[in-house]
Ligand binder design. Structure first.
Ligand SMILES: [Zn+2]
Length: 252
């Protein structure tokens, strides 16, 4: 039996006993899978570093009837920079947890894999802040899931934003922006910066490779934080362990 070559990222890794390890891999070919790595805890075994979280590369796997066994790996990127910075590490763990939550075995994992890879690179390179990387990732992930709020038009009247339709407010219950013509009294008290709306449109419309290079003001980041956190609390009732570390914040 020859092993199958599979491209992926290690989402999580857990030691089993004193010598072995079980990893969760997000793969291009088979979606999210769980695989056994024999001897991956023993010193000098090449699988020790290949089965660490965030490792990206080609994995050689024996495919059994209901299990996968890692026999080797050709590592392309260890993302060493991530493990050297505690804050970056928690953000990277959070992105991995979201990828885990949103993927299944035997479904095409290529788009989530690409999104996670580019986002981990952005965290490691530190060209933009960790928090902005996180929110870009959240919005692109919602888009991949087909559950993204409408930021290109009014969620109430359905008109596309343009010269005569100016979006001014975000309403999570209606899954999108509300225009100047539709917004009611209470909503008019929470008018968003124009650049917040442009930024969200930019995040959804820009090719992934060009995405992690812009910056925003603190005011815009604050509005994106509020909109996104409120919206995700409503629509994604799941507790992510690594998010609690990020939210404690005082660690950093
Ligand atoms: Zn409207």
């Amino acid at each position: 039996m020859t092993p199958e070559k599979i491209t992926g990222i290690v989402l999580s890794s857990q030691n089993i006993g004193e010598t072995d390890r079980r990893i969760v891999l997000l793969t291009r070919e088979r979606g999210k899978i769980s695989a056994f790595a024999r001897g991956a805890v023993k010193p000098r075994n090449p699988l020790v570093s290949a089965t660490r979280p965030f490792t990206y590369g080609e994995f050689f796997l024996y495919v059994g009837r209901d299990s996968y066994t890692v026999t080797g790996a050709d590592v392309k990127n260890h993302f060493d920079g991530i493990t050297k910075d505690l804050e970056v590490y928690y953000y990277a763990s959070y992105l991995s947890e979201i990828a885990d939550y949103n993927t299944r075995e035997n479904l095409d994992g290529s788009e989530v894999l690409l999104l996670l890879y580019q986002s981990l690179r952005a965290l490691e390179k530190k060209t933009i802040g960790n928090e902005l990387v996180r929110y870009i990732y959240e919005w692109r992930m919602m888009a991949l899931n087909g559950e993204v709020p409408n930021v290109f038009g009014c969620a109430r009247c359905g008109k596309a934003s343009g010269d005569d339709v100016v979006l001014i407010h975000f309403n999570g219950n209606e899954h999108g922006m509300i225009c100047d013509g539709c917004a009611t009294g209470e909503e008019r008290k929470h008018v968003l910066h124009r650049s917040t709306i442009y930024t969200l449109q930019y995040i959804l419309a820009t090719p992934l490779k060009e995405l992690y290079s812009f910056r925003v003001t603190d005011e815009v980041l604050e509005e994106i934080r509020q909109i996104t956190d409120d919206y995700l609390k409503k629509t994604r009732p799941h507790k992510f362990n690594s998010l609690e570390f990020i939210e404690m914040g005082t660690l950093f």
